[in-house]
Design a protein around this ligand. Structure first.
Ligand SMILES: [Zn+2]
Ligand SMILES: [Zn+2]
Length: 167
């Protein structure tokens, strides 16, 4: 039986224990790849795990500069992000029309896609198993090994539609 569609509650912050678990997942992943530990990498991961909601590389840099003396540059963060994506600590999110790449924590959350209101910017997070399956099917048929996907549906939310109709 196919699972129903689920709508997720707003993202809440990860506990300190959760952040520690996330960092150890990353360290294990990095070790498996034969890479050395890195203070900067850990700082980027911690900033990403601490973030609530969707963030940019600039957001991470601002956070890191706020609570450490590390001078981290965008190029460094962009080099580290693939490791965080690989370790399932974060996922990509585009969030329609936003300039620059956006990410969000995935660690101890579940994969989800987004509905975005083009009028008020409201974002609804959902997961619909049928859509997930179809995307895997498309990739398979076209000979792709799927590693990730970003799906965003744009339109007008219920309250913007109601507002429009009452005018
Ligand atoms: Zn999805
Ligand atoms: Zn999201």
């Amino acid at each position: 039986m196919m699972r129903m569609m689920r709508v997720f509650a707003t993202n809440s912050p990860l506990s300190d224990d959760g952040i520690a678990r996330g960092l150890s997942v990353l360290r294990a992943h990095v070790k498996k790849l034969g890479l050395k530990s890195s203070v900067t990498r850990d700082a980027v991961a911690k900033a990403a795990l601490e973030r609530v909601g969707h963030f940019t590389v600039e957001d991470l840099i601002t956070d890191i500069r706020k609570d450490s003396t590390l001078d981290v540059h965008p190029a460094t963060v962009y080099r580290i992000l693939p490791l965080l994506l690989d370790a399932c600590l974060i996922q990509h999110s585009l969030l329609a029309n936003a300039t620059g790449a956006r990410y969000e924590r995935l660690f101890e959350r579940e994969h989800h896609d987004h509905l975005i209101c083009i009028r008020c910017g409201k974002v609804v997070e959902f997961e619909f198993e049928a859509i997930e399956l179809l995307q895997r099917d498309v990739a398979e048929r076209l000979g792709f090994r799927l590693t990730e996907h970003v799906l965003e549906l744009m339109g007008e939310c219920a309250s913007c539609t109601r507002h429009e109709e009452s005018r």
